[in-house]
Write a protein that binds this ligand. Structure first.
Ligand SMILES: [Zn+2]
Ligand SMILES: [Zn+2]
Length: 281
């Protein structure tokens, strides 16, 4: 079985290590096939995505490093691209990048713009999320969460990302049910509708261990209920570590594989340079 990871950040965005350092660590850890997926430029001012003017260099460096190590491991060209809830769209810049990529991860990190030109982030602080709920959704948390999952479903339906990033990252700030009860029927309906769209679109759902590495197991995406349902629905899966430093490059992969095999999942998706194909676990 090929050891893979298609969600890897670098110092082009908020990762700590260079593309080459991440690739060298992946080789040392026995990966066969990886993808680099820095955060694509965001339409909003921020300090965590790649700036627009760095994109050409990112693509060049990725090609060089991928060639340099081609006999040891396959390195594919990816980006983690934001879908914008207020616009129901990707940015024009990101759309123009899609044909330069081997694959891309579609994610939602922002609720949208709030006062003073700030951005309300889903996965930053509680305060940032709360401001978005208040200013964009009139204080209605249920509406905000439902819109998030509607956005995930829409993104799948409209753009067919190769991989859907951290599907339930909206729970990151929800420890002890701070914002909502994740066992409530409306919440289950919201993520279930998103899974239906993902299934129809043919996108791959990632098991993302990056949040667990940084914030503990509560931030393993998706939660067990969603993952069990995805397995039942036969949605194609892959295991990604969303690594922002080389220490995280294979975090929990073995455990995730064990979990999947215990739950009857016997395949994972691998990119072969042309297509995504299913491999036996
Ligand atoms: Zn992300
Ligand atoms: Zn990421």
């Amino acid at each position: 079985m090929k050891k893979t990871n298609y969600h890897i950040h670098t110092n082009y965005c908020d990762g700590e290590n260079s593309i080459e350092e991440m690739v060298q660590m992946a080789i040392a850890k026995g990966f066969d096939n990886i993808g680099i997926s820095s955060h694509a430029p965001l339409m909003y001012q921020n300090d965590w995505t790649m700036p627009e003017n760095a994109l050409p260099q990112y693509f060049n460096e990725l090609s060089q490093v991928s060639q340099k190590y081609q006999t040891k491991m396959k390195v594919f060209k990816g980006l983690e691209i934001d879908y914008y809830l207020p616009n129901h769209d990707l940015s024009p810049l990101c759309k123009s990048c899609l044909d330069k990529l081997d694959y891309w991860i579609g994610s939602i990190h922002c609720l949208g713009l709030i006062d003073n030109g700030d951005v309300s982030y889903i996965d930053d602080t509680k305060e940032s999320l709360q401001k978005g709920i208040d200013q964009i959704y009139g204080g209605d948390i249920k509406k905000a969460v439902c819109q998030y999952y509607t956005g995930i479903g829409e993104m799948a339906e409209k753009f067919h990302p190769d991989i859907i990033g951290h599907i339930d990252i909206i729970k990151k700030n929800n420890e002890d049910h701070y914002f909502f009860d994740d066992s409530s029927e409306w919440y289950e309906n919201a993520w279930h509708n998103a899974l239906d769209q993902i299934k129809k679109a043919g996108s791959i759902l990632e098991i993302n261990t990056g949040g667990a590495f940084r914030y503990g197991l509560r931030c393993l995406y998706p939660s067990e209920a969603i993952l069990k349902e995805a397995i039942k629905m036969k949605i194609p899966l892959t295991i990604n570590t969303d690594a922002h430093s080389f220490e995280a490059i294979d975090y929990l992969i073995k455990d995730a594989l064990y979990y999947l095999s215990q739950h009857g999942q016997d395949t994972l998706m691998v990119y072969n340079g042309k297509d995504w194909v299913s491999q036996k676990i």
